[in-house]
Design a protein around this ligand. Sequence first.
Ligand SMILES: Cc1ncc(COP(=O)(O)O)c(C=O)c1O
Length: 358
Amino acid sequence: MLHDIKENIRHSGREKNVDLNTSVMGTVFTDHMFICDYYDGAWHNPRIEPLEPIATHPAAMALHYGQAIFEGMKATLGKDETPLLFRPDENAKRLNFSADRMGMPTFPEDLFVEALKRFVAIEKNWIPTAEGTALYLRPFMYADEAFIGMRAATKYKFIIFASPSGPFFAKPIKLWAETHYIRAAIGGTGEAKAAGNYAAAIRPTEMAKKKGYDQVLWLDARDFEYVQEVGTMNIFFKVAGKFITPNLGGAVLNGITRLSVIDLLRDKGFSVEERPVSMQEIVEAFKNGTLEEAFGVGTAVSIAPVAEIGYKDLNITFPEHAPVGKDIKATLDAIKTQQLDDKFGWIVPAEPMAIDKG
Ligand SMILES: Cc1ncc(COP(=O)(O)O)c(C=O)c1O
């Protein structure tokens, strides 16, 4: 179905004065935003307009009760400079999974994808082109009803904005396996991309950084024994030639890069097991020399080789910094820029001409 998305376009030309290829993600923003309002039980007035601050009532419920969820995705340029999205339908589904868990209204998935296509086509000149760069897209939803009281809000905003993103971690990363704080318990909100999950992770992450680590490796909330995921990534280990990654199990974010990497590894002939991964297993593999590599995977970072995991008094190090992980990254980047055939059907062009208004 085609939606009536109003457009008020004002290109500033600012992108010509920004080095898009080295721009640090989240520091520079493009000219426009997509915005849609929820009230009276329905979404109204989808529109693309100049990006600007939005007045917020001090009683806006997201600020007090935390009904706020988001997505993260990237647009790249393909052959003939066509702007491309990567599996946007998966982000639409995950947004609605998060909305449902947080007692928020779902957003029509076809409108989500159509809005992204139109928005990215409009912001095409902001897409960086150097290897490993992209235009980061941030769709999100929050409760903006002014009300004091613990109940689901009746008014929300859904917005998409964008920021050019240079390459992420320059070096292989160091992780701190956290055995005091938790990110998520089964039955909690860990499988949703809820803003509050990140708020609760900030203090432990800052503490890990003070110890010299880049991010936290989260363990299960009951025994601090089973690996869940990394700050903003899912994780893969290679042990004795096989890949293992924690199963979702209710407390791990269903990463879209994770899903894609499982397919790519299997396609390259590797065995991949999705199952509980214990720290004991990782420590044993490290001690008997079968722990071959580990890497984090997520939209922002793509694939980040792990150099070291600090766990209690032990420094788990890796003989090589993710040779297979780097190969998978190269494949994924090549699919995302149409240098390799998209045999999985993951790429969605975002051309304005592709939108038939008839
Ligand atoms: C907590 C967490 N886990 C995993 C991921 C990876 O998910 P995706 O591959 O969909 O970006 C992210 C990033 O979005 C994240 O924030």
